[in-house]
Structures are given as structure tokens and as C-alpha cells.
Design a protein around this ligand. Structure first.
Ligand code: NAP
Ligand code: ZN
Length: 349
């Protein structure tokens, strides 16, 4: 066991504060990591405020983790001390179900363990990356390509893979018009990845101030959407829309922006359900699908793709002491485009 410093929400909605806890002793398959950076995902806020229900407290959030290997277990061959590595949203799965065997660990039917707000196989709560160190089974650790910066790579472990996976699954690319709804952490990755895959990207945002950023990130077009009714000029425009919005909103207006056979991909996870009639789907044989992060092999593929295509997250680096203010700024939409915590700001003693 090793004593670790972190920041935790002690109860739902309470400000995060310093929290000391134990990490398990490293086993033969474990990698012990000194965390240098951790991104702040909107899912951290949903869970720390128990907006989805079932949260476990105290909660140390954080699933966009980059750090350096401190030590390895006796059976670890592919990582070495000093190497820069990453950990995303998952730290264990059953390894035997149909999903795990296809490299889709995120859909594991019997034994999925999330990096935090979850319970490991021994029934102990998992604690995430707002901390100085983490011990993770080697199967859930990634190699960070050397051309990526640690801070710019951290958000790839969730925002990057969550947008890459459905774009690849639905073969989004050349000849497709892709709408990206919401230009936040996930959205700014979707724009860069969609563009690199060859799609023509339009940002659909409620914030006109983000137009120059959208163009700089690679979007060909920008449209203001108010969430109630779609702009008539956008009707039937897109082959795909990836919806990254974190708050409840009207799906009908999103569907109406799709062509015949168009696909609305939901990755945003608002806490409240939204009513939806049949007609926007029925009339043009449109599809509405969902997607959860991505599997382990695909996450390494995404990191390598980002390195090859010079894609990183645009980040604002903060000390851990600024995490509560960062949460408030995210809720106000005041972030370009991901807060990343510099974990050296948290005492390592
Ligand atoms: P974020 O950085 O806060 O971005 C969300 C964006 O949605 C905002 O920048 C804003 O974009 C738009 N938005 C926010 N509130 C809105 C409202 N009331 N009405 C309309 N638009 C609004 O959040 P994120 O980290 O990208 O996460 C987005 C969502 O994805 C969250 O719900 C998160 O839990 C979920 N998520 C899902 C997965 C998965 O595996 N499916 C993984 C990670 C995160 P504009 O200002 O441009 O409109
Ligand atoms: Zn996330």
C-alpha cells in the first residue's frame, strides 16, 4: 500500500478538497504511475454532483491521466520506468465476455471497472487522477507517443477517444458532411478528428464567440443554434451530427438537420431525459445512436493517429487548488477547450 495525496468531493456537490488515501501495493501485472497531468471532463462534474445517480463518496475524480512510470510489476514487459504513459476511463474488465474479446472493454457485460466512482473486483472504491500516483493493470495503460505534450495528450484519454470511436465506427470521412454540436472539450476534439478523417466539418454552437476557434480547429463552417428550433437553412444538411452537449436539449431539431439516412451520434450525457417523437426519425429513415468512450486497442490507435496527424487538445493548465473554480467556469461555458491540472501543484510527500 502507498499513501497518496488527492483532491476529493466528500459528498455530492461539495467543493473538492485535499484527501489522503491508500493505493494498493503493485502486483505482478501493475504499473505504478506518478501523475503529471489530469484533464477535467464534464463527466467529472456530473458524477461529483451525483447528477447521474449512484455516485460513491468520497470521490477522487479524473480519467484523463498522463504520467511517468515509477515502477512495474514482475510480469510487466511492455512498459519501463521513466516512460510517459496514459490511463483513461477504464481500469479493469472481465476479459472474457463477447465485448471484451472484441476489444470493446467499455461495453463489458460483467466486470467493468471505471477509473473512479466504481468498485474494483475486491469491492473497494476506485479513485481517479486528481492525485499524485495511481496503480493500474498494464492492460489498461497506454503508451503516449513522444511527439505529444503531456498536457495536450491527457484529454485524448477521454475526450479524444469518445469522439474518435464513433467517427471510426460509422466510417465518417471523405464525402461526408459532419456537424459537431457543442464546442467544448469533446467538441473541439471531434472537429480536429473529423477534419483529419476527411469529413467537411460544421460547428453547431450556441456561442458566436467560438466561431474563430472553430475555423482554426479545422471547421469549414459555423452555425449558431439555439437548441429549440434548427435554422431552416440547416435542414437536411448533414450525413452525421455528433452531439456533445452536456445539458438537456431538443433532439428533434438535431435530427431535422440530417439528410435521409443521416445519423445523430449521442456522446453527451445530460442528466435528464428529453422527449422525442417518432416523426423526425421515421420521415427520412434517420438513425439516432449512442457511443461510450472506446476500447483499449482503439484508444492506443487513436493516440498514434493523433501523433501522426499532429492533433492535441487545446488546454488551459491550472493548479489543483483551482479545480472548484474550473468546475464553475465549465458550467458557464468559459473554457477553451479543456482544463488540465498540473499535478505537481499537489504535494507529493
Ligand atoms: P464541455 O466541455 O462542458 O462541453 C459541452 C458543450 O456543450 C459546451 O461547451 C457548450 O458548447 C454545449 N452546452 C453546454 N450546455 C449547454 C446548454 N445548456 N445548451 C446547449 N449547449 C450547451 O463538456 P465535455 O467534457 O465536452 O462533455 C460533454 C458531455 O459528454 C458531458 O455530458 C459528458 O458527461 C459527456 N461525455 C460522454 C462520454 C461518452 O463516453 N459518451 C465521454 C465523455 C464525456 P457551445 O457553447 O459550443 O454550444
Ligand atoms: Zn470523460
Amino acid at each position: 500500500m502507498s499513501s497518496t495525496n488527492g483532491y476529493a468531493a466528500l459528498e455530492a456537490g461539495k467543493a473538492l478538497e485535499p484527501f489522503r488515501f491508500e493505493r494498493r501495493a503493485i502486483g505482478p501485472n501493475d504499473v505504478h504511475i506518478t501523475i503529471s497531468h489530469c484533464g477535467i471532463c464534464h463527466s467529472d462534474i456530473h458524477q461529483a454532483r451525483d447528477e447521474w445517480g449512484g455516485s460513491i463518496f468520497p470521490m477522487v475524480p479524473g480519467h484523463e491521466i498522463v504520467g511517468t512510470v515509477l515502477a512495474i510489476g514482475t510480469d510487466v514487459k511492455s512498459f519501463h520506468p521513466g516512460e510517459t504513459v496514459g490511463v483513461g476511463c477504464l481500469v479493469d474488465s472481465c476479459q472474457t465476455c463477447h465485448s471484451c474479446q472484441r476489444g470493446l472493454e467499455q461495453y463489458c457485460q460483467d466486470g467493468l471497472v471505471f477509473t473512479y466512482n466504481s468498485r474494483d473486483k475486491a469491492g473497494e472504491p476506485t479513485y481517479g487522477g486528481y492525485s499524485t500516483h495511481i496503480v493500474v493493470d498494464q492492460r489498461f495503460v497506454f503508451h503516449i507517443p513522444t511527439s505529444l505534450t503531456a498536457a495536450g495528450a491527457a484529454p485524448l484519454l477521454c475526450a479524444g477517444i469518445t469522439t474518435y470511436s464513433p467517427l471510426k465506427h460509422w466510417n465518417v470521412g471523405h464525402g461526408h458532411k459532419l456537424g459537431v454540436l457543442g464546442l467544448g472539450g469533446l467538441g473541439h476534439m471531434a472537429v480536429q478528428l473529423g477534419n483529419a478523417l476527411g469529413a467537411e466539418v460544421t460547428v453547431l454552437s450556441r456561442s458566436s464567440s467560438k466561431q474563430p476557434d472553430a475555423a482554426r480547429l479545422g471547421a469549414k463552417d459555423f452555425a449558431l443554434v439555439n437548441g429549440q428550433a434548427s435554422n431552416a437553412s440547416l435542414a437536411g444538411r448533414f450525413d452525421f451530427i455528433i452531439d456533445t452537449v452536456s445539458a438537456p436539449h431538443d433532439y428533434t431539431s438535431c435530427l431535422e438537420m440530417l439528410k435521409t439516412d443521416g445519423t445523430l451520434i449521442l456522446v453527451g450525457a445530460p442528466e435528464q431525459p428529453t422527449p422525442l417523437g417518432a416523426f423526425p426519425l421515421v420521415m427520412r429513415r434517420r438513425r439516432m445512436v449512442g457511443s461510450l468512450i472506446g476500447g483499449i486497442p482503439e484508444t492506443q490507435e487513436m493516440l498514434d493517429f493523433c501523433a501522426e496527424n499532429r492533433i492535441e487538445s487545446e488546454v488551459e493548465i491550472i493548479p489543483i487548488q483551482g479545480v472548484n473554480e474550473a468546475y464553475e467556469r465549465i458550467m458557464r461555458g468559459d473554457v477553451r477547450f479543456r482544463f488540465v491540472i498540473d499535478m505537481s501543484s499537489l504535494g507529493r510527500e
